[in-house]
Design a protein around this ligand. Sequence first.
Ligand code: MV4
Length: 453
Amino acid sequence: MFEKVLIANRGEIALRIQRSCREMGIRTVAVHSTADADAMYVHLSNEAVCIGPPAAKDSYLNEHAILTAAAISNVDAIHPGYGFLSENAAFAAKVEEHGFTFIGPSPEHIRVMGDKIEARKIVAEAGIPCVPGSDGAITDVDEAKKIAKDIGYPVLIKAAAGGGGRGMKVAHTPDEFEESMHIASSEALSVFGNGEVYLEKYLGTPRHIEMQILADNYGNVVHLGERDCSLQRRHQKLLEEAPSPALNAEQREKIGLIATEAVKKIGYRNVGTMEFLFEDGTFYFIEMNTRLQVEHPVTEMICGIDLVREMIRVAAGAPLDFTQEDVNISGHAIECRINAENPETFMPCPGTVDVYHAPGGLGVRVDSGLYAGYTVPPHYDSMIAKLIVHGTSRNECLMRLKRSLREFVIDGLETTIPLHQRLMTAPEFINGDYDIHWLENFVDGQNNDKNKD
Ligand code: MV4
């Protein structure tokens, strides 16, 4: 097993990874920018190295600074967390070239899944159902229009390098097609430096359901059930739950089998998430994430498995010590992402926390580096805490979440806690009856109601 691990991230996820390391007897090296010198994950780490000024490109994205920190602190492995360098195949390769273990999938799997066209192709060959679409990139407008006609309108033009909804455009009719293709391709080129686009049938009212996968280096693959991540606003997830209220036992078993078999065929290792759109009882693969995700705790809460521990173990070459039959999904879990933002305008509002009180009690987990006196820096993502609640049933989970939100005190800055509290009263949410567009309308409706007064 590793003796020392460098955690190439910040905030709550750096702390989350550190917690598993400590329970495994592994020493940790935190890296931080000058803006994060007082962060809780830096205070609690065995060692800490300052890697640069506040701007992420000069610190958390600075490959040279991170590799140098790894070398001088003599670590065995690097955990990338999420965001930053976590899905950068070239960085993963460099980590290995320098003699460290990258705690994640192989650089080649990261590269393939980062190209949405290649990802579609490889998973389709492994038996995963994909959204009907073009076989590869579309280049010629007239040829692409023929494919669009065969698929049937509306169609969605997507960037091969896509992510976060950028470089994506719907064409409702053949008349719109050429302009939509042009818009998607130019946005993709300017945002990702790659204008390659492909076609998919546009699904109007799907849910977003993702499968958590865990694989070792010896072909053992398990899935840890699904997460429902349909509650998003502008491609930012607000709340995730597991299991999905939309699936029945038969659908759940089927997608689990399909996903694990495909992951075996691809030869993927470590953790990964297969993202699906789910509409009218059918699953359609859209993307695969080759990292630990923000919402991994909801899976941990229903499975009782420490995902970070498992990813460290398999990266160190240990075989999985449990099988699919040993995985017992029990109860229901929900995660609320709490951001330092105005709950109506979503404008980030960093500042200093003056009173802090986290909720507690049975089934309540808070993943956060906040403390009274801490100043949230303005340079990074505005997520400051994750409240994760588990209950034996969805209803128990909802009641526990409501009371936990009420207990949570973060004074000194605006947070999205009031938005989560309003969400708890919406009948559609209470009934689990929502698709990927529902939250956007809910938020707009709330703001419009306000403007009427
Ligand atoms: C789609 C889709 C409808 N049809 N693909 C958005 C970001 C990217 N990860 C995939 N996305 C979508 N792909 C087809 N063929 C609708 C979306 C989408 C979406 C997906 C998941 C969660 C929220 C969303 C919000 C808007 C659009």
